[in-house]
Each structure stands twice: as structure tokens, then as C-alpha cells.
Design a protein around this ligand. Structure first.
Ligand code: SAH
Ligand code: SF4
Length: 340
């Protein structure tokens, strides 16, 4: 049995309550306290019987993540370092825009994939995050910003599909009306292209959004940029994305970091156009954020504009991702672990 309530999915909480002989509505009450109201202790859960609270304390304790550092950008973006009960820490970013609040959350502490342009990749892997630890990040942002989180992106630290079950459990709790009640379409998960995960995700009933970090449609340079993906061909990746679309009917976003001289010449442009053909997609071009100790530079503005124009000319929807919070190193790929 798990020792912490954070480890449970909604379903798991239902099973636990059933096992403990509790009435059916108990799981709903517990989930509401944990993730809708976001209280810090079982003591505060006023409609739960004292005996249940005691048992929960003993057998499935609640240990909320805490904020150990916070930085506020000129543009309103806030970056937090949250620490979990074992001392491991991960970063999370809250990005307000008009009536929206987007939270970019971490799914692992560190990442094992080692992409050469990514600060998280350079830090290595520490551990998977539990569903409740992912929800904690969102609740922290919501409380601190004083507004409801409307959009979620799993683009912080970690590769979500290497922590599939916990990530899906977190997405479901975030989507649930008893949890954070965020629309499924407004919850995006980003993968570097783990095929087993894409296949599994295709069968999930919710209309969650999937983004795939493509970064290059030329095998050779993708292998350089994402060394852990060398065993995987672009052909297989495309095949599985197409199968995903057929099964789910959902559009895919391709993320494409643009690095000067590495993946931004004409050969790469035409390969990208070719890769997009036959899939319903949206391309997100992201001039790379510079990271400490790296010589990689973002593509020139004229190159980025050329990519945008040529993709659009061919009927491929493309946008430039504006970097938010870059003055606090809160931009994508700049999220680092902090071990204290
Ligand atoms: N592991 C997942 C999700 C986390 S990374 C994935 O790779 O998709 C989320 C996004 O941040 C990815 O698209 C990644 O390419 C981007 N990113 C990483 N490093 C970056 C950098 N230095 N500048 C801009 N974006 C970066
Ligand atoms: Fe991991 Fe994504 Fe960074 Fe690659 S880009 S190292 S998969 S977090």
C-alpha cells in the first residue's frame, strides 16, 4: 500500500475508500478537499469522520509541496521552485495573459533524455513525480496568483511519457470537476516522442492535447539534438502520430526549437514541411533560449520568419512561441533542478 495520498489517482482513492468500508461519496469529498479546496492537512477536512482522518494520517499521509523560491518577471510570469517532502525540488512557471492563467508544470525531477539544448536534460534524472505532487504545483500557482488556472502544459522538467500512469492520473485529477476542473482540451502534454506513450495516449477517452517535440525532421540532426532518441526513426514516429490521429481524431502540435546553424537551413525546412504532410498539425517554432554553459544560439529572426512564411504558404499552421519570463530564466528548457 502506498504510504502517501499523493500517490493515488482518483480511481485509486475510490478503491481505497471502498476497501476501508467507507460510503461511496467519501472519495469525492476527499478529492475535493485535496485538489479543489487544496487544504494542507486532514484536520481541515471538516466533513470527514475523525476515525477516517486518523487512518489516513497513518496510512496515506498528506505532505504538501512547499515553495522554496519564487521569482517574478517584468511581464508578470512567475517561476517557482517547489520542494517535495523528500527534499527533491522541481520548477514550475505560471504565465498570466488577460483572462488566462497557464501553468507549465514538471512531471519528473530532472530528465533522463539529455537533449543537448535543454537545461533539465543537463541535470540528469532524479525521480518521477507523483500525481499529487503535480497537482500541488498547480494549486500553488493558483493560490499565489489569486486566479483560477485555465490552461495546463506539461512542459516543465521531465519526460511525461516515462512517468505515464502518474501523469495521466494527474491530468485526470486536474480535469475532474471535483479536482481543478480544467477542460481536457486545455491540458497539453508534451513528449519528446516516446512511441509506447503515444500509442497508449491515443486510446485515452479524454480530449487532452498532445505536443510532440520534433526539433528536426532530419534523422541525423535529430539524433544529435536528442541523443536518447537515436534508436527511433522519424518514419516510425510519423507512423505512430498518424495512428494516434486516426484513433483519437485530435490535432497534434509539433514543437520545433530553432537553433542557429543546426536545424534551421532549407534542408531542414523542407524536411519539416514533408513531415507535416499527412498529419493534422500545428507547428510551434521556438527560437532557443540560451542556457548556461552552452554555445547554442537561437536562429536569426529572418530565418524564423522564413520558416513561418513557407509553412503557412503550404497550408501548415505555424506560430512563433513568444518567450515569457526570460528575464527570470523561466522560459522553456531553462528549468533546472535545485537540490538543497
Ligand atoms: N520532455 C518533454 C516535455 C518537457 S520539455 C519534451 O521534451 O517534450 C518542453 C519543451 O521545452 C520542449 O519542446 C523542449 O524542446 C523545450 N525546450 C527545451 N529546452 C529549450 C530551450 N533551451 N529553449 C527553448 N525551448 C526549450
Ligand atoms: Fe527531457 Fe524534454 Fe529536456 Fe529533452 S527537452 S531533456 S525530453 S525535458
Amino acid at each position: 500500500m502506498a504510504q502517501r495520498i499523493e500517490a493515488y489517482s482518483y480511481e485509486g482513492i475510490c478503491e481505497l475508500m471502498k476497501e476501508w468500508g467507507q460510503p461511496r461519496f467519501r472519495a469525492k469529498q476527499l478529492v475535493q478537499w485535496l485538489y479543489q479546496k487544496g487544504v494542507d492537512s486532514y484536520d481541515e477536512m471538516s466533513n470527514l469522520p475523525a476515525s477516517l482522518k486518523e487512518r489516513l494520517e497513518e496510512e496515506a499521509s498528506l505532505k504538501r509541496a512547499t515553495v522554496v523560491d519564487k521569482q517574478v518577471s517584468k511581464d508578470g510570469t512567475r517561476k517557482y521552485i517547489v520542494q517535495f517532502s523528500d527534499g527533491a525540488a522541481a520548477e514550475m512557471v505560471a504565465i498570466p495573459s488577460q483572462d488566462r492563467l497557464t501553468v507549465c508544470f514538471s512531471t519528473q525531477v530532472g530528465c533522463s533524455m539529455g537533449c543537448i539544448f535543454c537545461a533539465t536534460g543537463k541535470e540528469g534524472f532524479t525521480r518521477n513525480l507523483l500525481p499529487g505532487e503535480m497537482l500541488d504545483q498547480i494549486i500553488i500557482a493558483q493560490k499565489d496568483m489569486g486566479m483560477r488556472v485555465t490552461n495546463l502544459v506539461g512542459m516543465g522538467q521531465g519526460e511525461p511519457f516515462l512517468n505515464y500512469d502518474n501523469v495521466l492520473a494527474a491530468m485526470r485529477l486536474a480535469n475532474s470537476p471535483d479536482g481543478l476542473n480544467i477542460g481536457a482540451r486545455k491540458i497539453t502534454i508534451s513528449t519528446c516522442g516516446i512511441l509506447s506513450g503515444i500509442r497508449k495516449f491515443a486510446g485515452e477517452p479524454e480530449q487532452f492535447t498532445m505536443a510532440v517535440s520534433l526539433h528536426s525532421a532530419v534523422q541525423k540532426s535529430r539524433d544529435v539534438l536528442m541523443p536518447s532518441m537515436v534508436h527511433q526513426t522519424l518514419k516510425d514516429l510519423k507512423q505512430d502520430i498518424r495512428a494516434y490521429q486516426e484513433e483519437s481524431g485530435r490535432r497534434v502540435t509539433y514543437e520545433y526549437v530553432m537553433i542557429d546553424g543546426l536545424n534551421d537551413d532549407d534542408g531542414h525546412l523542407w524536411a519539416l514541411v514533408d513531415f507535416c504532410r499527412g498529419t493534422i498539425c500545428h507547428v510551434n517554432l521556438i527560437p532557443i533560449n540560451e542556457i548556461e554553459g552552452s554555445v547554442l544560439q537561437p536562429s536569426r529572426e529572418s530565418t524564423v520568419n522564413r520558416f513561418l512564411k513557407e509553412l503557412e504558404k503550404r497550408g501548415i499552421e505555424a506560430t512563433l512561441r513568444q518567450s515569457r519570463g526570460s528575464d527570470i530564466a523561466g522560459a522553456c528548457g531553462q528549468l533546472k533542478n535545485l537540490r538543497r
